[in-house]
Design a protein around this ligand. Sequence first.
Ligand code: GLU
Length: 276
Amino acid sequence: MTVTRFAPSPNGPLHLGHAYSAIVAHDLAKERGGRFLLRIEDIDGARSRPEMADEFRADLAWLGLEWEEVPAQSTRIAAYAQSAERLKAEGLLYSCRCTRGEIAAAATTVGPDGPVYPGTCRGRGVNPAGAAWRLDVAEALRRTGPLTWSDERAGEQAARPELGGDPVLVRKDAETPASYHLAVTVDDAADGVTLVTRGTDLFPASHLHRLLQELLALPVLVWHHHPLLLDADGQKLAKRRGSPSLADRRLAGDDGHALAVALRAGRLPAGITFGE
Ligand code: GLU
């Protein structure tokens, strides 16, 4: 059975791009007789605002969607810690205390998320107290051998997790220690997701998530990265760039069902276009 999910982070209101993402995930599940899940990704401690999750639910209902909610990430810290311990025990993680500034200064390549960590602390045995833990991607790939994954739109992919550098899987922040990459991989398996639907901005992350699935012996999922909605400058919609939120539209009395119909038909408000 197809199981999809919409996994928003409660650190800012949902906007039109989120509405499109939720509708894609919802419709792909429903067309195939499957299930559509909502998961609140609330482990970004400093920026998370729990009350926003209620707004999200109201937004999805306003769009006419129906969902099943699965546990929020903040309830699953122990599961992430367990997965991290497993990778540590296998010698696949190393401690790192580099600051953003140090990484920016040492990096020789820039990836979609900024300067690519150049592996400074690999093999150095940095004091682990209060350090972050990174995955040694080269060593991990030596153990797994070449991996592939499949995207419903882009087709079969050779996994290239090395392009993003060695990612942080355990953050310095003791309150919410798991990084997005570890948490989302553990959660998608725990929630029984079969089809990961999300925007193409997260396409590069899927190379890494495929590797993590292999290392943690989790089911291999299929992905569906959908086009992003872009503003008049060709930038992806974001609250900080002034895109009106769904809550603004909802509270102004706009018709959410009509908006969902328009998005499904590919009719976007003036000035907004589909990217790749
Ligand atoms: N929580 C992530 C976000 O809001 C989405 C994660 C995902 O779909 O994998 O950007």
